[in-house]
Design a protein around this ligand. Structure first.
Ligand SMILES: [Zn+2]
Length: 176
């Protein structure tokens, strides 16, 4: 009996790990192609206790230019946007889920390609993820012209993909 239980757990873990690997490799694939201005790509994984978020957004939609900031105005613009677009400031989970932020970062990706992405990542530890019934991105108005977030997600309710926009910035997990 207990052996059966153990093998079920292993199977379900293996499934989750391969799903996560699949999401990661598709995110990697997206990174290897030139980004499209106006479009960010994101992955969200919610498991029994944790939330993991990652998003790549073109620099053009963070600061309005893609070269390294080289005037005092551009440096000030970058500093302000780095502060404003920290993922935990616009990704807020229901208080009933009792999520504690574990780490968060928002920074330009290293490298000197003609197109620069900023990478936002964050993770939370939650007491009750069943309280998380939707995702709301209060992000669009903070950016310089972000039109879409192309999201891939895995939650305890299932997995899927969605495109979020300024007018459609909520995703209900229960419906999917
Ligand atoms: Zn670009």
């Amino acid at each position: 009996m207990s052996q059966l239980f153990a093998s079920e757990v292993t199977l379900s873990m293996k499934f989750k790990i391969s799903l996560f690997a699949m999401l990661c490799s598709s995110a990697l694939l997206a990174q290897q192609h030139a980004h499209q201005h106006g479009i960010a790509t994101a992955t969200l994984v919610i498991d029994q206790q944790q939330i993991e978020w990652q998003m790549d957004i073109p620099a053009d939609q963070v600061v309005g230019f893609e070269h390294a900031p080289n005037t005092p105005q551009e440096q000030a613009q970058q500093a302000a946007q780095l502060q404003k677009l920290q993922p935990h400031s616009w990704l807020v989970w229901p208080s009933a889920a009792n999520c504690q932020l574990k780490n968060a970062s928002f920074a330009p990706e290293p490298g000197d390609s003609a197109h620069v992405d900023y990478v936002s990542s964050a993770s939370w530890q939650c007491a009750d993820v069943s309280q998380i019934k939707q995702l709301q991105l209060d992000l669009f108005t903070l950016t310089t012209g972000l039109e879409q977030v192309q999201l891939q997600y895995v939650t305890p309710q299932g997995q899927g993909a969605a495109t979020l926009t300024m007018d459609q910035n909520q995703l209900s997990f229960a419906d999917n």
